[in-house]
Design a protein around this ligand. Sequence first.
Ligand code: AMP
Length: 512
Amino acid sequence: MFYPLTVRDFLDRAEQVYPDRVAVVDEPDQPAPSLGQLTYRQMATHARAQAARLDQLGVPVGGRVAVISQNSARLLTSFFGVSGWGRILVPINFRLAPAEIEYIVGHCGADVVFADPALKDVLDSLDGRVVRHKFVLGDDDALYLHDTEPRPWDDPDESATATINYTSGTTARPKGVQLTHRNLWLNATVFGLHETISDRDVLLHTLPMFHANGWGMPYAVTGIGGKHIVLRQVDGTEILRRIQSHGVTLMCAAPAVVNAALDAAADWDGPIPGAGTVRIVVAGAPPPTRTIERVITELGWEFCQIYGLTETSPIVTVNRMRAEWDDLPTHEQARRLGRAGAPALGVRVEVDVDNEVITASNHNLDGYWEQPDATAEAQRGNWFHTGDGGYLDEDGYLVISDRKKDVIISGGENVSSIEVEDVLTSHPAVREVAVIGIPDEKWGELVTGLVVTDGSDVTAEELIKHCRGSLAGYKCPKRIEFVETLARTATGKLQKYKLREPFWEGQDRQVN
Ligand code: AMP
């Protein structure tokens, strides 16, 4: 007996087992009319109505449907309304500049684009020849929901692509990571198993859902009958308030979110919400031991870490308190939890001769959308090459210590150095440029441009403003340093490690 694993399984189970439970509490304050609370029956009805409309628009199985949105109940429902009936969901980072969004929509060949009302201008500006149907989430609910039953997906295939997630990497343009139903299914269940999620869990969406599909939690929490609490914008105090009012038990976040919560807790009156009940799963960058210790002692939350990439759906390793560490001092527990972790169930992790972390599992991407060369370069045999440098501790736990790829991670989002260098070089006063990440307490790494000018007195502000014209705000350099020359190899290649040296001196890891 073979029954294909598809993301519909998660919604079907929730609807069958927990029809009257609250599935999701939408963001109360947002430009679209809030959906308030939806039960799992209502969420499934919503997903079917979206799928029925896509039928009516003639979007075939395998057709791409893009959604550009901050976290919202409508975006969450689209994970099922689109992929559940065989189409491919393309969740796009809402922070990207209009030109970047247009590139992605064109590159994936989306038939339909949905956007949050706050992005209506971006939606309007999308070329009508590139995309046939455009809907504003909320405002156009009546237009994109249809009250008929969707056509069944006749031949569900677990190897079919369910989502394409664009990620900034080592190329000037983002690449579309194709994840299959099987990838997403196994990632979600393995993640859920390691974090012991149950139908008592209440997940606060502190992670953008577009980012690696919220690491798979939208599927896992739905399938297990837990509750989703939407958070549109990260704010430390608001996170504490929602934990208190909704009984939140679980969050996934980048280290910057943890810092926001710690800052808010310092000014919080009374016991910290979630002390003794919340577990927070952190990834994106290695959090400092001191931060982990503070989460344990000042917030009373359980600290967990995972490591992975969009390309690995994302779970590669997991790190969570284990019985053997119970009697260790908090500082030592925090040190151990500060490592990326041990391979998740079904995942193989090795470090190759160049210290690059490689991994083989059922979570590895099917390929980069229409980029076979990039796929062949990253996925060799069964092994995906992560571009991260690391080593295995004596207990087999992985430590990420370095980055081989030219990527900066700022506030949990990837920034391609090459992409920023391209834009800076297009300024007439710039002769040469190198973009590097430098350690920063708030953002982890700060995008920094080292610039050789043509001698004119261009200012740092002018260059940053120039970048804002074509790049998302988080990708723009926060700091510009004017330099005389840039270290290069004999063949003219930038020596980034040399350029980074003065900024990273004294740090034990070369990533932050
Ligand atoms: P993304 O594809 O945007 O999720 O970014 C993946 C990258 O984030 C990885 O290749 C790592 O460089 C970094 N990363 C993710 N999790 C961790 C972690 N726990 N520790 C260190 N770096 C991490």
